[in-house]
Design a protein around this ligand. Structure first.
Ligand SMILES: [Zn+2]
Length: 163
């Protein structure tokens, strides 16, 4: 589903990214990626993209795929980057299958033509567990698989998937 308007989470992220850039002069996503690398939450990477298990993941096995260069809109990727995106997505899903079996997913592209400060990314939500009362009633997410543990398990499995 694609939205014809700029609203919801994407709008909030774009506004926050714009405020951050005004204050710090850099991209919030690129700065956050440095922290994700330092904290061991990188799943895998290739020439153009990095896949991470983001800080404060809401769901077990949640991941985020970001381009290494600042791109705001999927349509602004070049042919090499689109191939690299397909490759890293395939690797993430194959490795997740090794870890979790055949599961359903939700994917959400966070990109826009209307905010030059939003660093486009793809969020991947494995549907391993059903949402319970605390998530539905209080909008509080209980993640039984910390992102650091997911990333460590992923890196052990990804070796066997590549071979
Ligand atoms: Zn950026």
């Amino acid at each position: 589903m694609a939205w014809p308007v700029f609203t919801g989470t994407i709008e909030k992220e774009a506004r926050a990214a714009s405020r951050y850039t005004k204050k710090h002069g850099s991209c919030i996503y690129e700065d956050a990626l440095k922290t994700e690398i330092e904290r061991g939450r990188v799943l895998t990477e290739n020439d153009s993209f990095v896949a991470i298990a983001p800080f404060a993941s809401r769901f077990a096995g949640e991941s985020m795929v970001l381009p290494k260069r600042h791109i705001t809109y999927l349509g602004d990727t070049n042919k090499k980057e689109r191939g690299d995106l397909a490759d890293i997505l395939k690797l993430v899903l194959k490795t997740n299958k090794e870890m979790f079996g055949d599961i359903a997913y939700n994917f959400s592209f966070h990109d826009t033509k209307y905010s030059p400060k939003l660093h486009m990314h793809l969020e991947i939500y494995p549907r391993i567990l059903n949402l319970a009362g605390v998530e539905l009633g209080q909008n509080v997410f209980v993640n039984t698989l910390p992102p650091e543990d997911y990333a460590e398990g992923f890196r052990l499995k990804v070796i066997s998937v590549k071979n």
